[in-house]
Each structure stands twice: as structure tokens, then as C-alpha cells.
Design a protein. Structure first.
Length: 274
């Protein structure tokens, strides 16, 4: 852990104190150098430089989005498809690199070059990768202009959760005690997430009782829960009544069978006496 922390400190120092070397005159590269951490910028820069060897060809121009076929020069057998929305300045690629890593791929950047998108759209800047993320000056979606309910925002949230989970695993496995604490907190988080999903868009309220946080029902769910409980109670009552009726029928049959057996035994005894 000490070695990893030392590497992180060095990376933070390099990011804040030594500007990266730009390889192109692209305004997008300069923008990324000012926004991204050193490590993420190097990956972005690699993707950007690679676009110079890629060709983007329109294959479908119907509807609000244009579909491009993107391939490296001389490698037409290795193609990816990019859908570009000019109005929103957004694109999605079949390689799904951005969805998985949070770094925009060379294929989308190649389309941006063709469409004269000179700067990186804000919805492709994940706050996790920004220079100020670790210093506490974390840029939120509003500051960066990220949309709140789009596929890009979903990718941003997914990447943020993934990075937090990785850090959680690394720190939670340091010792058995920390592991147990981490697992307890994780189970509590799972419970809260499940409650939030049941509430839909309504906020889940919590109160502190005896030093611990207690989860409360969502106000919008209360009526629905009451109706469900009433229905379950009615069904249980009906099942109990049906079971009672069946039990009485079985008992009656057993009594009648017992009576018939008694009569037969009595008849046998009488015949034996004769």
C-alpha cells in the first residue's frame, strides 16, 4: 500500500507541476491536457494521435444520426461503426471503449475530426479523470456541463462507481478487521440501494436512532405497501379457511372409517363366540 500511495503522490505532483508535451496542434489535445490527470491524458493523447491513420466513411445518413464506418488505413477488415448526432455532438462506437474505460476512443475522435468538432464535448469528460478530482475540488456534472439523464451520463456514473469500488477493494483487504468493517458497510450499502430502487425516483429518508442510521419507507410507497399487506392477509385468511375445511373433511372421513372398522371387529367377535 505504501508503494502504491507513493506512486499516486508522484503522479499527482507530475500532474500539477509539469505540463505534458503536446504532439499535435489540436485544440482538443490542449483542452485535455488542462483537464485530465497525467495518466489519463497520456491514454487520451494516444487515441487522438492514432486518428491520423484512420478514415471515417459515411454508411448511413438517414434519421437524426449519421453512421460512419471507421477503419485504419490499409486495414479495411478491421472496422468499427460510429453513430454521430450532430445536434447533440454525441457519438457512440461499437468498440464501447468509452462505456468501459471512460476514455473516448480513436474511432469517435476520427469522426469528430471529420465533423470539425474541435474541442472535447463536456459529456465525455468524466470528473474522475480530472486534475482536481483528488484535491477535493471535484467538478460535478453541472460544472462540466454533463447531461443528467443521457447515455453519456450513465457511462460517467458507471465509471465513477467502478473506480470507487476498485479503491474500496484495495483498502478493504488490508487486514481482517478492515475487511470485516468493509463487508458490513457493503451489505448496508446494498440494502440502501435496494430500498432506493423500490422507491424509484422518490428520495429515501433516513433517521438516526441510538447512534445508527435507520432506513425509512418512502412516503410514495406507503399506500402501495399497505395494499400489498392487506392482499397478503386476505390470501392468508382464505388459505387458512380452505385448510380448515379440508382438515375437517379428513377428520370426518377418519371418524367414519374408524366406525366402520369398529363395526367389522364387533361382527368378527360375535361370529367367533357362535
Amino acid at each position: 500500500m505504501a508503494v502504491r500511495h507513493e506512486k499516486e503522490v508522484k503522479a499527482d505532483y507530475d500532474t500539477l507541476n509539469s505540463p505534458p508535451v503536446l504532439k499535435t496542434p489540436s485544440p482538443m489535445e490542449k483542452q485535455a491536457a488542462n483537464l485530465y490527470t497525467r495518466r489519463i491524458f497520456m491514454k487520451f493523447q494516444e487515441e487522438l494521435v492514432e486518428t491520423l491513420a484512420y478514415l471515417a466513411t459515411v454508411v448511413d445518413d438517414t434519421g437524426s444520426a449519421i453512421t460512419y464506418q471507421v477503419a485504419k488505413f490499409g486495414e479495411d477488415h478491421k472496422v468499427h461503426h460510429v453513430r454521430f448526432n450532430a445536434f447533440e455532438k454525441s457519438a457512440s462506437c461499437s468498440c464501447q471503449m468509452f462505456e468501459f474505460s471512460g476514455i473516448i476512443c480513436r474511432h469517435i475522435l476520427a469522426v469528430f475530426r471529420v465533423k470539425n468538432v474541435l474541442t472535447l464535448p463536456s459529456n465525455y469528460i468524466l470528473k474522475r479523470w480530472t486534475r482536481n478530482a483528488k484535491s477535493g475540488v471535484v467538478l460535478d456534472e453541472h460544472t462540466l456541463g454533463l447531461p443528467c439523464n443521457t447515455q453519456e451520463s450513465l457511462a460517467a456514473r458507471s465509471e465513477n462507481l467502478r473506480q470507487e469500488a476498485i479503491r474500496y477493494v484495495e483498502e478493504g483487504a488490508e487486514s481482517e478487521h478492515i475487511y470485516n468493517v468493509a463487508m458490513g458497510a457493503l451489505h448496508e450499502a446494498i440494502r440502501k440501494v435496494a430500498a432506493a430502487k423500490k422507491c424509484g425516483s422518490a428520495p429515501v429518508q433516513t433517521t438516526v436512532f441510538n447512534g445508527s442510521e435507520q432506513l425509512q419507507w418512502c412516503s410514495l410507497d406507503e399506500d402501495e405497501k399497505i395494499q400489498e399487506l392487506r392482499a397478503e392477509l386476505e390470501q392468508a385468511s382464505q388459505r387458512c379457511e380452505a385448510y380448515r375445511t379440508k382438515l375437517l373433511s379428513v377428520m370426518k372421513d377418519m371418524e367414519e372409517r374408524k366406525l366402520r372398522i369398529s363395526v367389522k371387529v364387533q361382527n368378527v367377535r360375535l361370529k367367533m363366540k357362535d
